[in-house]
Ligand binder design. Structure first.
Ligand SMILES: Nc1nc2c(c(=O)[nH]1)N[C@H]1C(S)=C(S)[C@@H](COP(=O)(O)OP(=O)(O)OC[C@H]3O[C@@H](n4cnc5c(=O)[nH]c(N)nc54)[C@H](O)[C@@H]3O)O[C@H]1N2
Ligand SMILES: Nc1nc2c(c(=O)[nH]1)N[C@H]1C(S)=C(S)[C@@H](COP(=O)(O)OP(=O)(O)OC[C@H]3O[C@@H](n4cnc5c(=O)[nH]c(N)nc54)[C@H](O)[C@@H]3O)O[C@H]1N2
Ligand code: SF4
Ligand SMILES: [Mo]
Length: 851
């Protein structure tokens, strides 16, 4: 289907109207008490920063006058956005100035008041910190399995690094996990299984060169608006560029697509296999690429569904990772059932549409960029679906070339930089290292000045996110500390642990929440610690294209609010008081390089503290910086082919990030210049036409030509056959609708920040349930009616709309999760992908009735 330029522009109005070009345009946001004319007076200071919202990681310039942030504009020198921002970036300044910022520590004396807006009283920092530290220490000494830290892909890199170091090396506990478990875990396991290294090969520049875009259940118009603008700009510039939008419902992203393939939930597994089958059966794959670069595996055992608490420990749960080597011919045989006819029947997508999409991958001259986010990751077979997308890109050799490649989008500003690269997961150490690997523990001990064998106590992974809250629901969690997240709204199946009365849960746990605004989670907290927000301190984010960038401190936090890192080290110094490591003071061994215990404060200012932490963290990926670590790395053996492949993750010195407004890793020093990497695995001279990019690529053999997968274990990436399996729940008479949840442009996650920005709140004041008009007729409801949505797990009430941002097919309904008064997660189930432990927020079965 051809669409005219005019229709196209109309269709993409959401993204284009809200993607305000920054750079030369000065978008002044007048904040209360600050007029625009005051700003242009010339006495302002400018700081470079990164947007604190989505994983696009747009650079921004903050302008400050009289200690207040008065404007935020797109940073033209940040290569990720080149000056562009979306509406959330445009209003960023206001995020700091909501009327009810938390400015004083708060303590709850009576835990029966949990779940209400009251019950918290003001306290001094000393009282609050002493209380938190004493509860943490008490639990730590009694039973380490009953404490946990829940972190975030919004926690800046140096803060995440220190938190992980405190938990892993200080408390010898692996009960630390980020909200990224709800978000990127399936992508991570997919990357590790296929490439033995995390994060995408390509970069955002692919958007400027692709011939075909395939979105696999990614609503980029709402969730990655600046990247979406880049995609639509590419389409507008070349009428031959095509976009296929796959999903379980039509979204604003579908508006710009040449074709929207709406499939029945979960059948994307079969669609990808169908394309692979077509390529193989008709010998339309890239035979040389397959021969030179790939190995084949299968993992086809039915691994059931992870809902019951005993799942992980069960025999099935223990063997979910099982794969075995196969020959190409066996792979071809396994694909055979996925004919166009069978797949069409299963998925509801027309045969000719499937065939058209398959032909895109079969065309050796087409550069194809696949993009995906939560539709694929929040999936009862999320890891498998990541595999199935890689499979077709690998078979067709469409990877690691400008404009061509599978691109897993990240949602949060630093899900890559912090959760993944620092490794604030229950099974990780920094830089992709694993607690279960003895060589990785030795390497970490060397960098952390720990005696050999010290980390052996944490060789078993701790509780993943869903497990933390399930343990809470059973009364097995005595201490929970959370920062940069709002679990009481964002976790699935809230009904499990937010209850009262006889139900165990949050009422039996001592809960500490670092926050900037009152939230549902602070309503359940025993202690609330007020935190500095965004540019009220310096930090760093790592975005979806491997770009690490610094945001400078621009203003002071309000009242008594403090940098999260200060809070963590204050608690750490109290908890580790009197503890020793190898005869030395434990706290000083771990944190003495940045913190002066007698002064009770950082040794340096916020910049110096960040530099000092960065330089230690950077050692993980640059073993040459530490003699002991280098020796371990040089002598590493076994699955790492005699080397820990750290050089493929190298990071530059701190000042390089400031000077360059961000750099994509690996960053190598060549003749005194730090060169970022745009296409990993791509060796070779710079492609013709890419000179203006002026940035080197990086491969195992340096700039030598061809593709190299870093000599990953066994030398080659894996094509892993994964079959179709149905979703965890399917509609029946009692619960006849598929309920999909997600996001819309104006609001960030649980709405705590964006709903306090009046312009964004007014633009999207209410969370509504989008329903197909035919379903409305069947249900006897019309727009504006209040309905009760009920699942096997819980229920909530919401108003119906047939004119919302999404257009679900009959049998499917959609709601966003930004509104705390419309708590959709009371009903959303917490089945998770058995491999990644990431919950499936997209496919709960529900009933709908008029209230
Ligand atoms: N405005 C805004 N932007 C954001 C965020 C925000 O809160 N607000 N959050 C950020 C974060 S952390 C994230 S993770 C991203 C999320 O970004 P997205 O994943 O793009 O957005 P969602 O709304 O979560 O997911 C909706 C998509 O799920 C697809 N889907 C549903 N079921 C299936 C299925 O069975 N298979 C497949 N393949 N697809 C399916 C639907 O078709 C739809 O396209 O957004 C980021 N950007
Ligand atoms: N139904 C449904 N639920 C979902 C999803 C879905 O698709 N559907 N998606 C899931 C996904 S992908 C994600 S990533 C999660 C996100 O879920 P959460 O991370 O739990 O939600 P946020 O609203 O981003 O919470 C971040 C909190 O940090 C606070 N904050 C901001 N800056 C700072 C700071 O500097 N310091 C501290 N201490 N706090 C700060 C904000 O006020 C905010 O309340 O939601 C998950 N939940
Ligand atoms: S929300 Fe995302 S797209 Fe919008 S300005 Fe921020 S980083 Fe860029
Ligand atoms: Mo996310």
């Amino acid at each position: 289907m051809e669409i005219s330029r005019r229709e196209f522009v109309k269709a993409t109005a959401v993204a284009l109207a809200t993607a305000a070009a920054g750079g030369s345009l000065s978008m002044l946001v007048a904040c209360s008490g600050q007029s625009e004319s005051a700003v242009s007076g010339g006495d302002t200071q400018k700081y470079s920063a990164v947007c604190r919202f989505c994983g696009c990681g747009c650079g921004v310039i903050c302008e400050v006058k009289d200690g207040r942030l008065v404007s935020v504009t797109g940073d033209p020198d940040n290569q990720s956005n080149k000056g562009l921002n979306c509406v959330k970036g445009y209003y960023l300044a206001k995020v700091l100035y909501g009327e009810d910022r938390l400015t004083t520590p708060l303590i709850r004396d009576d835990s029966s008041t949990k779940g209400t807006e009251g019950g918290l009283r003001e306290a001094s920092w000393d009282e609050a910190l002493d209380l938190v530290a004493s509860k943490l220490k008490e639990t730590w000494k009694a039973d380490k399995s009953r404490l946990a830290f829940w972190g975030s892909g919004q926690q800046p890199i140096t803060e995440g690094y220190i938190t992980a170091k405190l938990w892993k090396a200080g408390l010898l506990s692996n009960n630390i996990d980020p909200n990224a478990r709800l978000c990127m875990a399936s992508a991570v396991v997919g990357f590790m299984n296929v490439f033995q290294t995390d994060e995408p090969a390509g970069c955002y520049t692919d958007l400027d060169y692709a011939d075909v875009f395939v979105t696999w259940g990614a609503n980029m118009a709402e969730a990655h608006p600046v990247l979406y603008s880049r995609l639509t700009a590419r389409k507008l510039n070349d009428p031959n560029v095509k976009h296929y939008d796959l999903g379980t419902l039509r979204t604003r992203t579908s508006a710009s697509a040449d074709k929207t393939l709406v499939f029945h939930p979960g059948t994307d597994l079969a669609i990808a296999n169908c394309i692979a089958n077509y390529l193989v059966e008709n010998e339309l794959y890239d035979a040389d690429f397959v021969e030179d670069h790939l190995q084949f595996k299968a993992g086809t055992e039915n691994i059931g569904n992870a809902y019951d608490d005993g799942y992980d420990a069960s025999d099935v749960g223990q063997s979910v990772d099982k794969v075995w080597n196969i020959e190409f011919a066996e792979y071809a045989e396994m694909l055979k059932p996925y004919t166009f006819e069978y797949t069409s029947e299963l998925s509801g997508v027309a045969v000719e549409d499937l065939k058209e999409l398959a032909d895109v991958f079969a065309d050796p001259d087409k550069k194809v960029m696949s993009l995906w986010t939560m539709g694929v990751n929040q999936h009862n077979r999320g890891t498998w679906m990541n595999h199935n997308i890689y499979n077709i890109h690998l078979l067709s050799g469409k990877i690691a070339q400008p404009g061509s490649g599978p691109f897993s989008l990240t949602g949060q500003p630093t899900a890559c930089g912090t959760a993944r690269e620092v490794g604030t997961f229950s099974h990780r150490l920094p830089a992709d290292l694993l607690v279960a690997n003895p060589q990785h523990r030795r390497y970490s001990e060397a960098i952390w000045n720990l005696p050999e064998g010290y980390l052996d106590e944490i060789q078993k992974p701790g509780f993943h996110t869903v497990k933390i809250f399930r343990e809470m629901s059973k009364g097995n969690m005595d201490f929970l500390w959370s920062a940069h997240n709002n679990w009481a709204q964002s976790m699935p199946n809230l009904t499990r642990f937010l209850g009262r009365g006889d139900q165990k849960g949050v009422f039996d746990t001592f809960v500490v929440v670092n926050e900037v605004y009152p939230t549902l989670s602070t309503q359940y907290a025993d202690v609330v610690l007020p935190a500095a927000l965004w540019v009220e301190r310096e930090g760093q984010f790592g975005n979806a294209e491997r770009r690490t960038a610094v945001f400078e401190k621009a203003v002071d936090p309000p009242g008594d609010a403090k940098w999260d890192l200060w809070i963590i080290l204050q608690v750490a110094s109290r908890v580790l008081e009197g503890e020793q490591i190898d005869g030395q003071d434990a706290f000083d061994t771990l944190f003495g390089f940045i913190w002066d215990k007698s002064a009770g404060d950082f040794k340096g200012d916020s910049r110096q503290t960040n530099i000092d932490i960065w330089e230690e963290y950077r050692t993980f990926s640059n073993p040459d910086l530490n003699e002991k670590a280098k020796a371990i790395n040089d002598n590493a053996s076994g699955e790492f082919e005699g080397k820990l492949k750290m050089e493929a993750k190298q990071l530059a010195p701190y000042e390089e990030y400031l000077a360059n407004h961000g750099l994509t890793w690996p960053v190598r020093e060549v003749d005194g210049t730090w060169l970022p990497t745009m296409w990993r695995f791509a060796n070779g001279s710079q492609e013709e036409g890419f000179d203006e990019v002026g940035i080197a690529q990086y491969g195992e053999e340096g700039l030598a030509g061809g593709v190299s997968f870093y000599k990953t274990a066994k030398g080659k990436p894996s094509v892993v056959f994964r079959p179709y399996e149905p979703p965890a729940e399917e509609p029946d008479d009692e619960y006849p609708f598929w309920f999909c949840t997600g996001r819309l442009l104006e609001h960030w996650h649980t709405g705590t920040m964006t709903r306090r920005i009046p312009e964004l709140d007014r633009a999207l004041p209410e969370a509504q349930l989008n329903v197909h008009p035919d379903d409305c007729t069947k249900l006897g409801v019309t727009d504006g009616d209040l309905v009760r949505v009920k699942s096997r797990h819980g229920e909530f009430e919401i108003h119906v709309s047939t004119a919302g941002r999404t257009e679900p097919a009959p049998g499917v309904v959609f709601a966003p999760f930004f509104a705390q008064e419309t708590l959709v997660n009371l009903a959303v189930h917490d089945y998770y992908c058995p491999l990644s432990k990431e919950p499936d927020y997209k496919k709960t079965c529900v009933s709908i009735e008029k209230v």
